[in-house]
Design a protein around this ligand. Structure first.
Ligand code: MGD
Ligand code: MGD
Ligand code: SF4
Ligand code: MO
Length: 697
């Protein structure tokens, strides 16, 4: 049978690489990096190569289903789309009538592409409780940046092409953003930039570093404040810039003076000499840029304050908003309307959502979503009011701390819908399941490579009765009697057209250009002058955040205060630090465990531990041990790994079985952002007691 090759956008991790699908009789037989389109570089990561298994996984949901067994059991029966949609609308209207619309929560996991329409849907229905996976990802860093640089800031981007020094703080782009970010990073390395990496572990990224600082996880704030002190005491900071563009410097300076090199070394474990060298290099070899990530620094209970301490280094040295520094806090490319962020959406009644009171800075700056890390409490009725109905898209409860509590709490729901491509563990608790189309099964438009708009038709025939998420939202809204979008959309095609509207290109035009085309409206790159018109309460970059001060809550100080997580943990009983979830190239959260090509690369979840720590505990490579934290215990096998920082053990997250989040406390949260302390919790490792030894006892 003949093999045809069709280009497609890989939607597996959100990286949107262009791949070639080798199809035989309409079925994928092989995936390669695309080599035919001029703007594509032909790269492919190991996850993209497994798209075939992802598409034809036996776990795919192909038809709407209703639950026939108990919650959690996983017994379902096929139903029609009509029955599924009618039931959802009936139950949601019923909840609204009996308890008010806010007792329905609308939730979306990692998928981002349809989020603004989900918020719009929630608004029409009338609930402010719209939450997402971003209650543990990206938004805490955004919150920190908005406090410093203004409410219109998304995530500051390093000017990779022009910086002379690049400070990479808790990012491993060669694993986490391998195809795109990794390429940008290697380009900067080739150009000869001074690379400083702050990462407890050794990674492929740290191999390129002129200086690698290895702090104990969660101590980043102390390190950044120590670097600031060096810059101030050695007169390496930019006084004119500070005078002109910043607020609160004197108070900050006074606080920073507490962070002497000796004290910082004691807190962070980073030799003082290295910290001083890094501070000097960053402050003198300018322009200097900082690269930070959506997760590690803010996966700590002092995360927002630590992130602020880091980001403010670019203000202290006059690099924020300057060419070669942190240049593009706004979007550099024309943004497609409605793609990813829902920050242009206001919610209805945000002051009635479940998190506004506990997380006031979030309420002010991440106004478009509810902080939902406390989801178990909210489902159990421990918030101001109970959630009765949950309409979820791509929900994976293993991503949260204490999934066992969420499993119990899901039993309380009156009604629960999950929309997913796979029967994941969360689906097993739902009343109705709707099958979502994969990105290959729906048309897509994207901005790829060097600013090329690209249209992908359906690359393969949609399997079973799958529908894409926008189609599902449109079906639900029309049954409820309202339309979505501004301008209103009535079909997936109209949605794609609306996405394209800021680019000046229509869907019909783009379809005529299978090779892609340039946007008609030029990219709006913000100038330094525009970036430095800062939208904070003072109108300046704030060393002392007025938003945080105005919250008047413990932990919400205006200064980027450093508080040590170890003071809040029983470290004597649990002397090792537990860091969870650093990325691996073959894994992507919960998505990859069901794919044998990827999951078998490691076999079973492991604890990475430094050989020195293992020796002290008489542990051998591959040995099964018990990992214990204050909230639980689990058997895992030991992986001796000299890239670990001694004293810190690492476990990947996302596994359906042996999910490390069962051992992370869901009360251990950053008071400002509500993010869990995934990267700096405590644990101990115990030898497994063999059954025959146990019987002797
Ligand atoms: N292959 C793959 N890629 C992914 C993902 C995936 O699951 N798999 N997930 C995507 C998502 S949602 C995200 S948020 C990003 C995350 O992207 P990254 O932040 O690049 O990924 P991580 O590996 O979690 O963290 C980077 C480094 O931070 C270090 N680190 C851990 N704790 C700390 C700390 O407290 N302080 C400092 N300074 N460093 C610390 C780790 O040792 C690690 O090497 O990756 C995205 N890309
Ligand atoms: N311990 C620990 N826990 C962590 C982290 C950590 O570092 N350590 N990282 C946190 C971070 S940064 C993140 S981002 C989260 C991960 O967040 P999760 O939401 O857990 O991410 P995924 O497992 O990728 O996706 C969730 C579900 O979405 C489905 N899905 C994918 N695409 C679509 C789509 O287009 N439509 C629909 N309807 N469904 C879709 C997938 O099949 C999957 O079942 O985990 C967090 N949890
Ligand atoms: S990085 Fe890999 S998984 Fe992500 S879009 Fe590219 S090929 Fe697909
Ligand atoms: Mo994330």
């Amino acid at each position: 049978m003949e093999i045809t090759i069709t280009p497609a956008i890989c939607g597996f991790c959100g990286g949107s690489c262009l791949v070639d699908l080798h199809l035989q009789d309409g079925k994928i037989v092989k995936v390669e990096g695309n080599k035919t389109l001029p703007f594509s570089d032909g790269r492919l990561c190991v996850k993209g190569a497994a798209l075939k298994q992802a598409t034809y996984s036996p776990d795919r949901l192909l038809y709407p289903m209703k639950r026939v067994g108990n919650r959690g059991e996983g017994r379902f029966e096929r139903i029609s789309w009509e029955e599924a949609l009618d039931t959802i609308v009936e139950k949601m209207e019923d909840t609204k009538e009996k308890y008010g619309a806010k007792s329905t929560m609308v939730y979306v996991g990692h998928p981002k592409w349809f989020r603004p329409y989900l918020t719009d849907f929630a608004n029409h229905y009338g609930t402010p409780n719209v939450g997402s996976e971003s209650s543990t990802c990206a938004y805490a860093l955004m919150l920190a940046c908005k406090c410093c640089f203004g409410s219109d800031v998304f995530m500051p981007q390093p000017d990779m092409r022009r910086c002379k020094t690049l400070l990479i703080w808790g990012v491993n782009p060669l694993y986490s953003n391998s195809v795109k970010g990794g390429k940008g990073f290697l380009g900067a390395v080739e150009r000869g930039v001074n690379v400083i990496v702050v990462d407890p572990r050794c990674t492929p990224t740290t191999e390129h570093a002129a200086l690698h600082l290895r702090p104990i996880p969660g101590t980043d704030g102390a390190l950044a404040l120590g670097m600031a002190r060096v810059m101030i005491t050695e007169d390496l900071y930019d006084k004119d810039y500070i005078e002109k563009y910043t607020y609160g410097f004197e108070e900050y300076k006074e606080y920073v003076m507490e962070f002497t090199p000796e004290k910082v070394e004691k807190i962070t474990g980073v030799p003082a000499g290295n910290m001083i060298k890094a501070a000097r290099l960053f402050a003198s070899e300018k322009p200097s840029a900082i690269m930070t990530s959506a997760s590690p620094v803010v996966h700590n209970i002092n995360g927002v304050q630590n992130a602020r301490a880091i980001e403010l280094l670019s203000a202290l040295t006059g690099n924020y908003g300057m060419p070669g520094g942190v240049m593009a806090p706004g979007p550099g490319r024309p943004r497609m309307k409605g793609a990813f962020m829902n920050d242009w959406m206001q919610r209805v009644d945000p002051d009635q959502d479940l998190s506004h009171d506990q997380f006031p800075a979030w309420r002010k700056l991440i106004y478009y979503e509810t902080q939902v890390t406390r989801i178990a409490d909210y489902l159990e009725g421990k918030g101001e009011y109970p959630i009765r109905t949950l309409l979820a898209f791509g929900m994976n409860h293993h991503m949260w701390p204490r999934p066992d509590r969420i499993e119990d709490a899901m039993q309380n729901l009156d009604f629960f819908v999950n929309v997913d491509m796979y029967m994941n563990d969360t689906c097993k608790y739902a009343d109705i399941l709707l099958p979502a189309a994969t990105s290959l099964e729906r048309e897509q438009v994207e901005i790829l490579g060097p600013n090329i708009l690209y249209y992908q038709p359906e690359a393969i025939q949609p399997m079973g009765e799958v529908k894409n998420d926008i189609e599902i939202l449109l079906e639900l809204s029309s049954r409820m009697g309202f339309s979505l979008g501004d301008p209103q959309i009535h079909s997936y095609e109209e949605y794609l057209d609306s996405l394209l509207s800021p680019t000046g290109v229509t869907l019909a035009e783009l379809k005529e250009h299978p090779e892609g085309m340039q946007p008609k409206n030029p990219a709006k790159v913000r100038t330094s002058e525009q970036i430095l018109q800062v939208k904070t309460p003072s109108g300046k970059i704030e060393f002392v955040s007025q938003v945080l001060e105005s919250c008047k809550k413990p932990g919400h100080e205006g200064l980027p205060i450093y508080r040590d997580f170890r003071e809040q943990l029983p470290m004597e009983e649990y002397p090792l630090i537990l860091a969870t979830g650093s990325r691996k190239p073959q894994l992507f959260h919960s998505r990859t465990y069901r794919l044998p090509w990827l999951a078998n690369l490691e076999g079973t979840p492991v604890i990475d531990i430094h050989p020195e720590d293992a020796r002290k505990l008489s542990l051998e490579n591959g040995e099964e041990v018990v990992l214990r934290t204050p909230v639980g215990a689990m058997e895992l096998s030991v992986n001796l790994d000299s890239s670990c920082l001694p004293g810190v053990v690492n476990v990947y997250h996302g596994a359906g079985e042996k999910d490390i989040n069962y051992l992370v406390d869901d009360k251990y949260l950053d008071p400002i952002s509500g993010f869990p302390g995934y990267k700096s919790y405590c644990c101990r490792i115990e030898k497994k007691v063999m059954e025959n030894e146990q019987s002797k006892m």
